[in-house]
Design a protein around this ligand. Structure first.
Ligand SMILES: *Cc1c(COP(=O)(O)O)cnc(C)c1O
Length: 421
């Protein structure tokens, strides 16, 4: 070996010692997740079109009943939606072909945005590739572009809203969850002339509680603040036409921004905001998360459009949904299972421990062919780990009976805490 080779070898050795061992970092952090019982294990499902809420679970090689889907009404398999997607796919092909600005705006996008604006009784709407992207793009743009903006954010807001607010780098304050009085107190102490943006959700998807929208708007109005409402878990499900809690409560016109998803009750994919023509036009021209990404495939925009149209007219799905939800809450409660109080379609059942929560979910799957994903920290606070049950209009009486029997059995087996009698 020559001098140079030796030198290079030594230098490489030093380099290896001085730099970080990335694999060992990843491995340590993964070990920590395992130790805390919150390592994420994904299901391996194949949804069975036409057999909703059934899916083949490849982990156990059997058909299971899905009890934790956000396809709340089964619209992801509704014949009207499938027909619209198929027809648009045959007409226009697979992808969008570009960003909205460069060749990626299809007629389906235009129609969808018109429909969403009408759904919320607002002048305009803007579609994004997901609800997460809509929140991140809209909030980061509004809060960074308006000089001196102060953001007030509900303590339980979703990660996508937090991401948007963080990315704006605007001054931000957290108010106590769904507490208009605390919001008012914070606003009281802020300089009157600074612009403010109040961000909250309607249905909070982990506890299933519903925010007092009118009171929140009253407080925001008193201080001249903008309002931003995430209706992701309410659109399609509440209100005479599926316009969400803001429609149900008659406050759609009072919100600066109504944000929603096309991926939950509407069964497809995509997110949007609705509001004044000026606000929407402003975001269209300024939000990087809208501008610099390829648009939704037109076939999916057409599928979402069909779902929105159907649910604006039809009450059958919403009525059946609420009836099934009430039945599940009642039956689980009667069996002494710790159903957390919820005023919406979400039925959280408290476990209170990450490891037990995972075990309960595993036992439900393996012994009862019931799939309910455990919900652990950081999605919910530690000590409030839960199984989050989402009934749909397509869960039968037999499905509900099997659910209650499965839960009772697993609670018995793991000796878990039941509800106070
Ligand atoms: C799921 C969710 C989102 C994100 O919507 P996607 O369309 O799934 O990206 C935004 N906000 C809340 C409250 C959510 O639960």
């Amino acid at each position: 070996m020559g001098a140079c080779a030796r030198l290079c070898y030594r230098e490489n050795t030093n380099l290896a010692q001085a730099t970080m061992d990335f694999d060992s970092f990843f491995s340590k952090r993964l070990d920590a997740l395992h130790a805390e019982g919150r390592y994420r294990v994904f299901a391996d499902l194949e949804r069975r079109c036409g057999r909703f809420p059934r899916a083949l679970d490849h982990r156990i090689g059997a058909e299971v009943t899905v009890w934790c889907s956000n396809d709340y009404l089964g619209m992801g398999q509704h014949p009207v939606v499938l027909a619209a997607i198929e027809a648009e796919m045959r007409r226009t092909g697979a992808g969008a072909g570009g960003t909205r600005n460069i060749s990626g705006t299809s007629h389906a996008h235009v129609l969808l945005e018109r429909e969403l604006a009408e759904l919320h009784g607002r002048e305009a709407a803007l579609v994004f590739t997901s609800g997460f992207v809509a929140n991140d793009a809209a909030l980061s743009t509004l809060a960074s572009a308006i000089p001196g903006m102060i953001v007030l954010s509900d303590a339980m807001n979703h990660a996508s809203m937090i991401a948007g607010i963080r990315n704006s780098r605007a001054e931000r304050h957290i108010f106590r969850h769904s507490d208009p009085a605390h919001l008012a107190e914070l606003l009281e102490g802020m300089p009157r002339e600074r612009p403010k943006l109040v961000c909250f959700e309607s249905v909070y998807s982990m506890d299933g509680d519903i925010a007092p929208l009118a009171e929140m708007c009253d407080v925001a109005d008193r201080f001249g603040a903008m309002t931003y409402l995430d209706e992701v878990h309410a659109v399609g499900l509440y209100g005479e036409h599926g316009g969400g809690i803001s429609e149900r409560d008659g406050v759609s016109h009072r919100l600066t921004v109504i944000q929603g998803t096309l991926a939950k009750a509407f069964g497809t994919i995509g997110g949007y905001v609705a509001g004044s023509a000026l606000m929407v036009d402003f975001l269209r021209g300024h939000a990087p998360g809208f501008i610099f990404t390829s648009s939704l495939p037109p076939m999916l925009a057409a599928g979402a459009l069909a779902a929105v149209r159907h649910l604006r007219e039809s009450q059958a799905e919403r009525t059946a949904h609420q009836e099934r939800v009430a039945a599940v809450k009642r039956r689980l409660g009667e069996a002494g299972l710790p159903v957390m109080p919820s005023t919406s379609h979400i039925v959280p059942v408290l476990v209170g421990d990450a490891g037990l929560c995972r075990m309960a979910s595993d036992l439900l799957l393996r012994n009862h062919n019931i799939y309910v994903q455990p919900i652990n920290y950081p999605t919910v606070p530690r000590g409030t780990e839960r199984l989050r049950v989402t009934p749909t209009p397509l869960h039968s009486d037999d499905d509900i009976a099997a659910l209650v029997a499965g839960f009772s059995d697993v609670w018995e087996l793991l000796q878990m805490r039941r509800a106070a009698p």
